[in-house]
Write a protein that binds this ligand. Structure first.
Ligand SMILES: Cc1cc2nc3c(=O)[nH]c(=O)nc-3n(C[C@H](O)[C@H](O)[C@H](O)COP(=O)(O)OP(=O)(O)OC[C@H]3O[C@@H](n4cnc5c(N)ncnc54)[C@H](O)[C@@H]3O)c2cc1C
Length: 319
């Protein structure tokens, strides 16, 4: 029997979708291995928001309190709860926050860790983590040999499936403990209206947009679809848009349902950041552009004609 601890994530007092994705993934693993799903939410408002996890498989919901993120403090709480609940499998979000403190949890739990998984399955009593390798050119399947196993999971890579767990709610008295890391100040990134790494649709622009004055053409499509605005490194390096929008090897890794690449050639370093998107739509006037090799739908045309036409049609359909 293996209890699965899933570590939720919040923003501005709301539960992020990745928390439900982890709970669903945890439920499948616990059903296969015969354990319970323990969901941990660390937030001042955890009592009010964590109950949502019952509907997506959580058997026990542990509410811990924290008024701000602290990587050392969060790692102390997660590892203490994992030990108290005899959790041998820990699923954490592969978000900037999760990436920050999951290695600390691994050290505290003497666990192995597989980061950035996009698929989880069970084989021979062990969890198998599927993750992109060689900058997204291939996928590898990995098992851990350690007693405690940690997997960080890429947002949007797991479905959210309604399947009620027992949903017993518990308050945790665990706190940060004696931490050496202190937050001195926080600067908002000034990034997209919709968070890039969480978005289910991304409209992204490359050098083909010609200049920063043309972002409103893509932003209009993004706003119509409720999408986030992404960018290639060429546009970031040119100073057309802040780095917080960059997708790729040296930018953000995204996995939306739909990635609309406008005037992006599809260099391997860009594909490394968006290759696991469910549907890829490429708009490029060069029919030989590498982006078409990974595109689900390709439009060989001038983006300045296609994007406004698409926006107008979506506005008609979506009101
Ligand atoms: C170590 C390293 C790390 C890197 N990390 C990243 C990264 O994280 N993210 C990233 O994106 N890149 C990264 N790069 C850079 C990458 O190699 C490419 O240079 C970059 O992705 C190219 O950006 P682009 O597609 O916007 O520009 P280009 O390659 O110049 O492509 C522009 C495309 O626009 C098309 N186009 C032009 N006009 C129109 C039009 N009117 N309508 C439609 N299409 C049009 C062209 O046909 C062309 O295909 C990295 C490179 C290195 C060496």
């Amino acid at each position: 029997m293996s209890n699965v601890l899933i570590v939720g994530e919040t923003k501005n007092g709301e539960l992020k979708k990745i928390s439900k994705e982890l709970s669903t993934a945890g439920r499948k693993i616990a059903d296969a291995l015969g354990g319970k799903v323990i969901a941990l939410v660390i937030d001042d408002k955890s009592d009010a928001i964590s109950g949502e996890l019952k509907a997506v498989g959580a058997d026990v919901i542990v509410n811990a309190k924290a008024s701000e993120f602290n990587p050392e403090g969060f790692a102390n709480i997660v590892s203490a709860v994992a030990k108290a609940k005899s959790a041998t499998i820990i699923l954490m979000p592969h978000t900037p926050q999760g990436k920050d403190y999951s290695p600390r949890v691994a050290i505290k739990c003497n666990a192995g860790i597989i980061a950035d998984t996009v698929g989880l399955s069970v084989d021979g009593g062990k969890v198998v983590g599927k993750k992109p390798i060689y900058s997204g050119k291939a996928y590898g399947n990995f098992k851990l040999t350690s007693d405690v196993q940690i997997f960080t999971v890429r947002p949007n890579s797991q479905e959210v499936i309604e399947k009620a767990g027992e949903g017993v709610v518990e308050a945790s008295s665990e706190g940060f403990g004696d931490v050496k890391v202190k937050t001195i100040s926080t600067d908002a990134s000034g990034g997209s209206k919709v968070q890039l790494t969480e978005a289910s649709i991304i409209v992204s622009g490359g050098r083909g947009i010609k200049g920063p004055e043309n972002w409103p053409i893509l932003q209009d499509l993004a706003d119509t679809l409720g999408a986030a605005l992404g960018a290639s490194r060429a546009t970031v390096d040119a100073g057309w848009i802040p780095h917080s929008h960059q997708v790729g090897q040296t930018g953000k890794t995204v996995s939306p349902n739909c990635y609309i690449a406008c005037g992006i050639s599809g260099a391997i370093q860009h594909l490394a950041g968006m290759g696991s998107s469910k549907y890829i739509v490429a708009i490029n006037k060069d029919g030989d552009a590498p982006i078409f090799k990974v595109a689900t739908y390709g439009v060989v045309a001038d983006l300045f004609e296609v994007v406004p036409a698409l926006t107008a049609e979506f506005k008609k359909v979506l009101g």
